[in-house]
Write a protein that binds this ligand. Sequence first.
Ligand SMILES: Cc1cc2nc3c(=O)[nH]c(=O)nc-3n(C[C@H](O)[C@H](O)[C@H](O)COP(=O)(O)O)c2cc1C
Length: 363
Amino acid sequence: MEPFYLGNLRVPVPIVQGGMGVGISLSGLSAAVANMGGIGVISSVAIGLTGNSPSHSDSYAERNISRLREEIRKARAATRGILGVNIMTVVSDFSEMVRTSIEEGIDILFCGAGLPLNLPSYLGNGPNPRLVPIVSSARAASIISQKWYQNYGYVPDGFVVEGPNAGGHLGFKPQAVDDPGNSLDHILSDVLEVTKDLEAKHKRPVPVIAAGGIFSGEDAFHYMQQGANAVQLGTRFAATEECDASLPFKMAFVNAQESQIKVIKSPVGLPGRALFNNFLKEALNGDRRPSICKHRCIKTCNPKTTLFCIAEALISASKGEFSNGFAFSGSKAGLVTHISTVKQVFETLKTEYCKAKSLAGKR
Ligand SMILES: Cc1cc2nc3c(=O)[nH]c(=O)nc-3n(C[C@H](O)[C@H](O)[C@H](O)COP(=O)(O)O)c2cc1C
């Protein structure tokens, strides 16, 4: 597997661990991935609800700020590798999460779930992170590139292209998730056209990271043959020893059946791929409506009409309390057979990748 560059940052192994909230990818998982030469990513969403240390503030945003600081510092202390923070554009404390990550000297900001149109406005004169939007269409990649250049003279440092087989929130209309025209192969090739134009215009590389349903080294080889510079994996890293969630959360992936993996409507206003369970059945029946909105975490969630509180459901699941929550999951969760270490995942991916490459060479 070839190293790749994000701006002037050399990434030794072209594997990115997708940010996973709430409380799934924190310092433990991200540092382990960074130590293997990939990019480890801390998920910032509702991070203040994670951890056991008593909070010094009642404010949701302040708790998120201090927990994010804490997790970035813990990860930094555990690795000299490359670290990113994932920030969903629809969260109510987007500005606070971006500013805190920059103050803590994070290497990369990954922003999806909406178009992060004002992201470059947060950059200062100090050491700045590379900015990598997560997109699910060439149109989104074009709009972001145009607005960033027009308003800030900034060219994206790269893109994550996330297809419909990813876990978590999907950047598609519900009816478009299964449209073969939206397969990762298709949208990757469309986004590569956009980045080729950007590279020609601005005379600098704009690497592309493919994501969504990538599980094996053979999958990684396939997308890198199509032109991706790297791949992003979520589900495969959820069932690792270093993953920051509880053991029952990880075991939900080991025990996942193909038939359980479903696309649901999330309170965020986007479809989301998840492991369907009794909680979701009851929630979608209208039996889990929250009586109050405690956090106001998502700009697009209407607490009066939402069928369930997404922050509470995800934090419960991370602790293994599936009677009150559920796990997001990519389409390949059925392939998880056991809990591995991050090192084992990297070694397996590399071996499978090399095998796929040598087979392709013989054809
Ligand atoms: C449990 C879980 C939580 C996730 N949380 C987030 C998140 O907070 N922000 C985000 O941008 N993507 C999130 N994702 C998507 C991942 O970052 C990743 O892009 C995706 O899972 C890749 O597909 P795969 O799981 O098939 O490998 C989540 C995915 C999973 C499985």
